[in-house]
Write a protein that binds this ligand. Sequence first.
Ligand code: ANZ
Ligand code: ZN
Length: 960
Amino acid sequence: MPKYEPQSIESKWQKYWDKNQTFAVTEDPSKRKFYALIEFPYPSGAGLHVGHPRPFTAMDVVSRKRRMEGYNVLYPIGFDAFGLPTENFAIKTGRPPAEVTAENIATFTRQLKSLGFGFDWSRVVDTTDPAYYKWTQWIFLQLYKKGLAYKKEVAINWCPKDKIGLANEEVVDGCCERCGTPVEKRNKSQWILAITKYADKLLDGLNEVDYIPQAKIQQEHWIGRSEGAEIEFEVQSSEFKVKVFTTRPDTLFGATYLVVAPEHPILNAILNEVKNPSDVHTYIDAAKKKTDLERTAEGKEKTGVELKGITAINPATGETIPVWTADYVLGNYGTGAIMAVPAHDERDFEFAQKYNLPVKQVVAPFFEQTGIDKARTDVETLERRTVDAIIESVEGGKFLLQVEGDHVHFVGGGAETGEDLQEAMIREVKEETGYIHFEIQETVVEHLQAYGFRHTKNKNQRTDSTVFHVRLLDDERIPSEVEEGKHQIVWAPKQEIATRINWPHHVLEWKMFTEKNIFTEEGILVNSGQFDGLPSNEAKTKITGFVNGKMTTKYRLRDWVFSRQRYWGEPIPLVFCPACKEKPELRTLNSEPSGEQLNPGWIPLPESTLPLTLPKVEKYEPTDNGESPLSAMHDWVNTTCPKCGGPATRETDVMPNWAGSSWYFLRYLDPHNDTAFAAPEKIKYWTPVDWYNGGMEHTVLHLLYSRFWNQFLFDLGLVPTREPYAKRTSHGMILAKGGEKMSKSKGNVINPDDMVAEFGADALRTYIMFMGPFDQAVEWDTNGLIGVRRFLDKVWNLQEKINQKDEKKITSLLHQTIKKVSDDIEAMRFNTAIAKMMELVNELGKEEHVSAELFSTLTRLLAPFAPHIAEELWQMLGNTDSIAFAPWPTYNAELAKNDEMTIVVQVNGKVRDSFVFAAGTSEEEIKATALASEKTQKWLDGKPPKKVIYVAGKLLSIVV
Ligand code: ANZ
Ligand code: ZN
């Protein structure tokens, strides 16, 4: 038998797949389809990085399994080739980006082929190919025609080094995502896509898809829908009103000051009435230099300036309140102004503390008691104003608890008629504890409400308590209810209080006391005039109505800045015609405005003239005033208006890098079509993408943008599903040894070419899948690759043992392996699937003979991971077709059972932990593992167990 030599086997099978077009597919209605997608790579000059193969191999494994299960599988590849790295390279070397891109794509193609991915190579797309971007431009024109693209002067994020406008998402911690230079603001006229018009649809669509939870959460958060109200505050002795946006109109009575963003237009308008204009000016200028993130980051000290001499009126209370400007209020969210409610909003509280502004509680926490203490329907309800006292010891650090049977709580009781709350508290403390000398430190909370059944009174009770913190001055006591035997009092150290008190509202009192928490949740209104007693949700609409406010919805999502003043991108197919600007198109009543109506003078090119190709330029740098290098190409810029035939100029901005990737999954379906972006019947057959795997760094923007374009095409009736991707998963990064990011500058990059040359593509693929949990970051370790290579050697060497004898002993392990590999691939637990195959191969190594049937099964299980060796062994077994279409092994559930057992660990009869062990794990190992676990240790309290009883396969019972 020859030795396992991956290099010759691998090139043999790669040629075979190429020649036979093994992975090329066409629509076949007789088969179930499966569309697997990976994020297509950017063809950089550095070639394939070892990080690329992780997602590519994962989806290759899934695709190959599906193909073996009989699906018609589409697994395409392409190149997302517009963008900065190539453009910057062109600037440096003067070489045309198209030429460089072609070279890079050739390198990537060779490298990808050398890894044996089952891509349909007949469908390769390249976003920089005019035949591709013709359709990117076409989709843009459809957006334009529907009025979803508009030109506007906006303060954009500007990278002074790259001389490029950046989308918000390209700014990381205030710096350019690409080069790290601090970003500035600059006003520029930009093309913008109205993605916010799709905010609701993009949110709602998330209910239809199977995305990993983080992906959904990030999308929701990015869109950031908030339901709230707009309320107007009159500015005294002026004609101005300031409109605020609040999600908590129920707290209006607690609004003790007003804050406008430093960019709020009212500042200019009233600056001459302000008594401290220079302070205000200085503050506004400083705010301009900060990013939104710097302004709003948690933990950042809040700053602001009062507009001296200016006051506003709280429309609910009629009271006069001060007006401030502060940069924690953003100009571009909501209305750019807030009502500050320091009692219920953290930021406002922090600000109020710093500047000594009044804090007024208007929402009380509310507890509805449950279980046997739940309020009953058949008894009357008492309303009680009550007090609670958190009593601290003379020396400090210990607190007093009142204990009656199972109830552990703070001291407290009802205020009597005519009694003031402090008197009531003093009386209660004396009666219930006997302590007589103490002083009030602070009021922890003014109102905290609870509702439940009082057994001693046989009535429901609704309490509204004020909580005080008091400190004993000495230990002197008089006889009290303790001596009468009504209850006990216990001193406990601070750290024990939270676990001992068991009245839920007292738990909150404690939390508010220790954490100096303000109450930011919803509750019951207090200090709010006629609205007292209403729950927050009811009060929201009522109070909004009371002050003539308006309920409204706001989004965090901003429209998408779609212009780049660069060269290497899709030209925007519009021209500006001064003559047409003077004769704007009229709008018909009740119809949404078109792009031309929104942007007078901007005329779309006729679709039949697309693509508008990038002209050759001399220099690739943006001009000194930040315009695209295209703007210097006068021959290209000066053109005629397609509408009136008069002189016109072309738009010289190009589209952002995100454009081509917003629809590439559709082009794969019909990549050579030159009359449509894809033929409807092909789209119908293949969409939606069944499974899309990509990086977490793309779960926000790329996913959102491409979902937006797909939803737009859906609304035009051009694609059959609203959502483009049925399922979305994500992979962790591959890091260099030591946990650092691989980078050229650190010299720690692993080149896949070297690994393939030394160990073979199959070993590299299998190692990459074996390294660790797929969704987590893992460190590269070449030793691990060597281990995986040994595993493949062992599989290869099993050939020698092939014999027709039946191997009874192995049957159960074999079926367990089939089950495990099948299940684990679905759950992307590739590492444990491989571990199981390794276990099987080790067991087979101990056998004298291995049946051909068993070996055939093993080969097929291995095929998705290591397809070349699998093809070779498959052929050796006498098969003439590619293993790509061999049937995926099935298992007998009975035989596959008992793979694992769950052992429950009890300590003194109570379940404290549980473990999953492989079937057949020894009693010693189970005991050792269970006794060593942190949870068990906690209950053992450092003592050796008295007795340990093992009930095989089920339970480990420890007695201490
Ligand atoms: C009063 C209030 C009381 C608020 C309260 C909260 C709690 P989301 O959920 O993110 O939409 N806000 C409104 N516009 C703002 C702006 N331009 N910059 C900074 N903060 C702004 O947040 C809405 C809440 O954030 C609003 O509700 C407002 O504070 C603040 F107990 O109004 B709230
Ligand atoms: Zn014209």
